[in-house]
Design a protein around this ligand. Sequence first.
Ligand SMILES: Cc1ncc(COP(=O)(O)O)c(C=O)c1O
Length: 313
Amino acid sequence: MPIQPTANIWHNGQLIPWDKAQIHVMSHVIHYGSSVFEGIRCYTQPNGAGIFRLQEHMQRLIDSAKIYRMPLPYTADQLSATTIDVVEANGVVPCYIRPIAFRGYGETGVNPMKNPVEVYIVNYPWGKYVPGDDGADVCVSSWARLAPNTMPSLAKAGANYMNAQLIRMEAEINGYSEGIALDVNGYLSEGSGENLFLVRSGILYTTPLANSVLSGITRSSVITIARQLGVEVIEQALPRELLYICDEAFFTGTAAEVTHLRSVDRILVGDGTMGPITKAISDEFFGIVNGLKPDRYNWLTPVNVKVTETVGA
Ligand SMILES: Cc1ncc(COP(=O)(O)O)c(C=O)c1O
């Protein structure tokens, strides 16, 4: 889906028109992938709109920058307050919010430390990410996730998404909605842009951070919801073949939200329909984000925007 522009983008402290948010071809980020970013959703609610786990996303942006020795001149509080201003100024909800920080134009060469850090916050409408209304048909990728001590998986860095692109392109070319990557030791890791959950015999399993996954904010939300629902959650290394014999499986992510998996490598997950634990978690998640259930964990930051359009789930 082509990006639908909004009026303004925030750059280093001020709002600029969408079309003016441009960078030089010799910017460090273009050549060496030196960016860190976030993806955040703002949902419509019966009485307005709310941004999901804004502070946690901004903290992860700061953490990603810290890993790459990229000084960000803003705190998580400042970035959160600015994001509210941007969404309110543009007046588009529901929307996807993309804060990004990168090394800009200046020195040439791999070491980025003398290149300026540019920070932008963009928002725009965006709908469903993983295709498949009755569940997604996915595959195990032939590409492995980032090996430990190569590219840090806990940083949400632009460069990591070269690996993600290989996974996603291969999946789509072969007729699947998404690919699941194994880690370098052959254990399950995650989708190209989603964390992975499996249910077997009533227990919910997810892959731990040590298996080269991003520390997903939807992942942590789903773990909280599951425990609140009385479901036991275990984070442990998981073998690939558990995908083929589990009762239920789903992805989580800001883009994917909670997406049930119908099949993996053309093998049905359970009977292919959404299982009861996935359904209970999904109902609770969408109930909270859409404002139909109480925001019992204070996950939503209200924004003062008149809701004009409906996009996605
Ligand atoms: C590689 C990867 N894993 C997991 C996730 C899910 O993270 P979150 O729930 O914070 O969006 C994402 C999306 O940001 C991702 O790109």
